[in-house]
Design a binder for this molecule. Structure first.
Ligand code: SAH
Length: 248
């Protein structure tokens, strides 16, 4: 049987949010490759080889997956959320560009998943109901100056802004800087959503204002959504926010 490589998104956490397409790929796989916590979400079964690896070794992981598939294995590379959003799909294509010619013959497919910003947005109402953008706050792969430039442009354009990787223990200062920039440029009533571990048993949602937001409200399991100037609360059974479909 000839090999293949499917780069699959496991969604935000809840098994009910894994697509049937991704489930079928996992059932048909001979090998699963991914960051340890994501591999842990895939049930063990006889005949399935598991290749867990640490964070920050995305290119090595991608090369392992391509090499296995080129040798005839049926490989699933697992990401959380969607594999194309700050995740493994780009890493696989980077490895492919620099890799041996034979890898270009591998049958590669990207299987989408529900990305964290969409899961967080759904839990909190509809903060992404009008124009929005997504920014990865991690400065592992790009300089802070670029993050700040994009952030200021997004605020100026009045997008709602979804922030991935907002704050890690090793570099907590970025998110505090971001709050400082928001305070220079936005009104204190601007709504901010902190959605942590969405759709898992540890889920917590906090809807607050820029005036009351604290850096400690975010960690690496948190999705932060900064509302646009039009994002507002709506009276409902539980606290919800939304951005109207039209802008003046
Ligand atoms: N490919 C993933 C994103 C990887 S970056 C996706 O599409 O969702 C990792 C960041 O995603 C985390 O730092 C956090 O900001 C966000 N994230 C992932 N899962 C989450 C969840 N269940 N709840 C809240 N944020 C989550």
């Amino acid at each position: 049987m000839s090999g293949w490589l499917k780069i699959a998104g496991l969604g935000p956490g809840d098994d009910a949010l894994v697509t049937p397409q991704v489930r079928a790929a996992i059932d048909a796989a001979s090998d699963v490759v991914g960051y340890f916590p994501y591999i842990a979400r895939i049930a063990d079964r006889p005949g399935l080889r598991r290749h867990g690896s640490d964070n920050r070794v995305e290119l090595d992981r991608a090369r392992t997956a391509l090499a296995l598939a080129a040798e005839g294995a049926r490989v699933v590379v697992a990401s959380s959320g969607d594999p194309g959003v700050f995740a493994m799909a780009s890493a696989v294509f980077e490895a492919l560009e620099d890799g041996p010619e034979a890898w270009r013959e591998v049958d590669i497919e990207v299987l989408p998943g529900i990305t964290a910003m969409l899961a967080a947005s759904a839990r909190a109402g509809a903060p992404l109901g009008h124009d929005f953008c997504a920014i990865n706050l991690s400065d592992n792969l790009k300089p802070w100056a670029l993050i700040e430039k994009r952030l200021r442009a997004a605020i100026e354009a009045d997008f709602a802004i979804a922030l991935y990787n907002p704050r890690s223990a090793s570099r907590p200062e970025g998110f505090a800087r971001l709050l400082g920039i928001l305070r220079e440029t936005c009104e204190p009533e601007r709504l901010i959503l902190f959605a942590r571990a969405v759709t898992t048993p540890e889920e917590s949602l906090t809807i607050t204002t820029l005036a009351e937001a604290l850096p400690e409200m975010a960690d690496m399991r948190t999705m932060v959504i900064i509302g646009s100037s039009l994002t507002r609360r709506v009276a409902a059974r539980r606290p919800l926010i939304y951005t109207p479909r039209s802008a003046p």
